[in-house]
Ligand binder design. Sequence first.
Ligand code: PGA
Length: 246
Amino acid sequence: MAARTIVDAIKANPEFVLGVATGSTPIKVYAEIAKLVKAENVDVSKVKAFALDEYVGISKDHPESYYQVIKVNVTDQIGLRPENVNTPSPDIKTVATAGADYEAKIKAAGGVDLQILGIGRDGHVGFNEPGSSLASSTRIKTLTQETLEDNARFFDSIDDVPKHCITQGIGTILRAKHLLLLAFGESKAEAIAGALEGAVTSSLPGSAVQLHPHVTAIVDPAAGSKLKNLEYYKWVYENKPSWDAI
Ligand code: PGA
């Protein structure tokens, strides 16, 4: 469903600007987009992509740098032009200006048309950990212990996970024209319920999606298991006027 939404949007606008996320959640979506693009012969030569975040101080060549993760899963797999794909700079020497540079690049591209979002168990979106300003722009952040533990699976040990990152801010994310929030599995149930139905609070950065006028959330039954209004959401889905309305 997510891939269909994105591929149809690219067909309607070949200069589409796609906001991409790392983590395990969207991996199958990228594979499905690649399949649809190939099967339907979709022109992606002008599509631009912007990643949400990057570790600070990691080499771009490191297989777990988000530059590489996006290159493998998005750029190469979908067939985007490498010069059209952007990730924040991991270079420690330019970290003070990297945020403003990245914001300027997004602005020059005309803004993000659709931003794919995963959510952390602690409610983070991008790497905006609890306490992040809801108006924040791209900047350096320090990861929580929970995020370091979650991401240790990608590294040899938890000590190898960089503690700092550069991430689009919540304000940046809210400037995208459409947010597509994805969550799968029981470990995300609490964060999804808080993000979609709890109070809007910097303590659960994902709750900022409630401030956005156009959000689509796709969750599996486990991730949606703590939603109070689940029956109503199903009713809305079953009675949707058309695909254009989501
Ligand atoms: P995951 O991470 O997709 O690997 O669960 C999501 C996130 O931390 O934002």
